[in-house]
Write a protein that binds this ligand. Sequence first.
Ligand code: NAD
Length: 317
Amino acid sequence: MTGAGGFIGGHLVRSLLEDGQSVRAVDVKPLGEWHQLSSEADNVVADVSLREAAFTVAADARVVYNLAADMGGMGFIENNRAACMLSVLTSTHVLMAAHEFGAQRYFYSSSACVYAAEHQTSSDVVPLKESDAYPAMPEDGYGWEKLFSERMCRHFYEDFGLQTRVARYHNVYGEQGTWNGGREKAPAAICRKVAMAKLSGNHDIDIWGDGEQTRSFMYVDDCVKGTRLITDADSPEPVNLGSAELVSINQLVSIVEQIAGVKLARSYNLTAPQGVRGRSSDNAEMVRRFGWEPSITLQDGLERTYKWIYDEVAAAR
Ligand code: NAD
């Protein structure tokens, strides 16, 4: 698994190990920076954007999970388009290695950022279905790389018979992820801000945009479960993996305030990166294939996430 030192990768490694699978966990970051480090895994530090490294780590893999990407929340991807697009080297070399060594399966973590902004202009959203990705006009930079790499998976399946599987993740959150430093996503950033307000006694919060932009957020345990279902199933067609529970950012803040037992004065930064106006996942295809869709409520997932981030913030202070 590439990107194993990252947020979702760390949880996925743990899930596979719990099932008794043997896992080679690969990430470019030094081991001390991995979000989770499982001693039972074969942990390897390697830059799989390089062909040689990708071919070395994937050589004897039965299943290749490619989660490595240079990415972050809106604040990162809107300001680092070239870096995001360079993940195409990783996506390409790991896919080539899986094909070269005859892996039985190749999983690729795509994103809801493959969908065109024109479908996401209102906070009162029509959930995005898989066919909405075409005609293509994805999020600039990051989304184009994801759509291109999805497309490569399709052609490796069609031309070489590699069993590729693609999930389009929608906003994943949970413990053991990035919560500060500029790459964090909205749920982690809001949990951090609320925790800091609580710990400092300074009861203010700044919110990116007017807070009325809407999203759905998937707790990481649902992401891991869905990833494994998609990998083990038959279809190479990309499928949404996201929650259908739509909230505005203001509502998200209110839930975290209620969990923390605090009420904050809100100020709105209208020039900060905000992404699309509204986005949610249409899960009809997921339900059709698996009779399952992400179901952990935002309330439950945020209770666990806030507690973990609060402890991290307190320890950092
Ligand atoms: P993350 O940033 O926590 O993890 C990605 C990991 O990939 C990082 O640890 C990074 O060091 C590693 N990496 C980057 N370049 C590498 C390279 N050249 N060689 C080896 N490792 C490399 O991100 P995440 O949230 O865990 O996301 C995992 C995957 O899911 C990514 O592909 C991401 O684009 C996709 N995704 C995530 C979300 C989300 O909400 N978290 C949404 C849509 C798609």
